[in-house]
Design a protein around this ligand. Structure first.
Ligand code: CP
Length: 317
């Protein structure tokens, strides 16, 4: 079956999902990202490889990290960037996403970075754009957030290179989480065998929907883990009646100092952000020595540079 993410010569053309992308391509993106990493205080890596390219950010849902890091990444590679303000765009007059993309494509935009609440929206757009245009999924409903999955895998690998040996817990609102799905896609491709999905029963996915061991007891779920990835309660994807009592949720599923004793002494704590402090994670854990949360943010720029370079550089070299 033709993979819409690849062009006719097998080169990565769009990035819509990590599901089925394969270890070799994920590995290549992570290796390239690692070369772009610049920690705070270090000189940033700049290049002109995308000089002449135009990247448009179309965010139909809120974002700080993803949108800002795609903009920074594109500029560091020499590209021009358009951040369309959806609230004052013609989307507010009822223009379809496809017509918005076709309109900007007519202005020679080369890549669209799209976040949208609707499943399959990015795939639909990818099926209709011109052959020279790339679509990058920056968050799709509960289904995919591939660059987040890549930056999470990169962060884990920087601390714990032997992914196959790790016990990894992803804890929180798994049911509504595109972050969890893309992390599992990346980590299983890279060989992870022991992934625990930890949540109250109401926030677990349907049985078998995501590979991993489903656990409804937080203490048991994180016990002996090398990596604990905490997730935000996604109120925007729940009915008001389903939103849990936050104090009770923190008591049962929040990662606090007491619970840290259950994970390995050298375990790392992750969170994709934005955090609900005091709900899924306490301040002291979020800001504590095991937290790599701001390393994840830092790696996000490098990953997005790697993705943009991989998809576009052959046209601008
Ligand atoms: N992790 C993440 O996607 O954050 P933003 O919603 O701020 O982009």
């Amino acid at each position: 079956m033709h993979d819409i993410q690849l062009d006719s010569s097998g080169r990565l053309r769009h990035l819509l999902t990590l599901d089925g992308l394969g270890a070799a391509r994920i590995d290549a993106l992570l290796a390239r990202a690692q070369a772009f990493v610049a920690r705070p205080g270090e000189a940033v890596k700049r290049s002109d490889i995308l000089r002449g390219a135009t990247v448009a950010n179309l965010f139909f849902e809120a974002s700080t990290r993803t949108r800002a890091s795609f903009e920074i990444a594109a500029r560091r590679l020499g590209a021009d960037v358009l951040n369309l303000d959806i609230n004052i765009s013609s989307a507010a007059k009822g223009e379809t996403v496809l017509d918005t993309v076709r309109t900007l494509q007519a202005m020679n935009v080369d890549a669209f970075v799209i976040r949208h609440a609707e499943s399959n929206l990015q795939r639909l757009v990818a099926e209709h754009v011109a052959p020279n245009v790339a679509i990058i999924n920056a968050g799709e409903s509960h289904a995919n957030h591939p660059t987040q999955g890549l930056l999470d895998a990169l962060t884990i690998r920087q601390h714990k290179p032997d992914i196959a040996s790790l016990r990894i817990a992803i804890a929180g609102d798994i049911r509504h989480s595109r972050v969890a799905r893309s992390a599992v896609h990346a980590l299983t491709a890279l060989g992870a065998r022991d992934i625990r999905l930890v949540a109250p029963r109401a926030l677990l996915p349907a049985p078998g929907e995501i590979p991993g061991e489903y656990v409804s007891d937080m203490d048991a779920g994180i016990s002996g883990c090398d990596v604990v990835m905490m997730l935000r309660i996604q109120k925007e994807r729940m009915q008001a009646s389903s939103i849990p009592d936050f104090a009770e949720y923190h008591r049962q599923f929040g990662l606090n100092e007491e619970r840290l004793a259950r994970i390995k002494p050298d375990a790392i704590v992750m969170h994709p952000g934005p955090m609900n402090r005091g709900v899924e994670i306490s301040d002291s854990v979020a800001d504590g020595p095991r937290s790599v949360i701001f390393e994840q943010v830092n790696n996000g720029v490098a990953v997005r540079m790697a993705v943009l370079a991989t998809l576009l550089e052959h046209r601008f070299a």
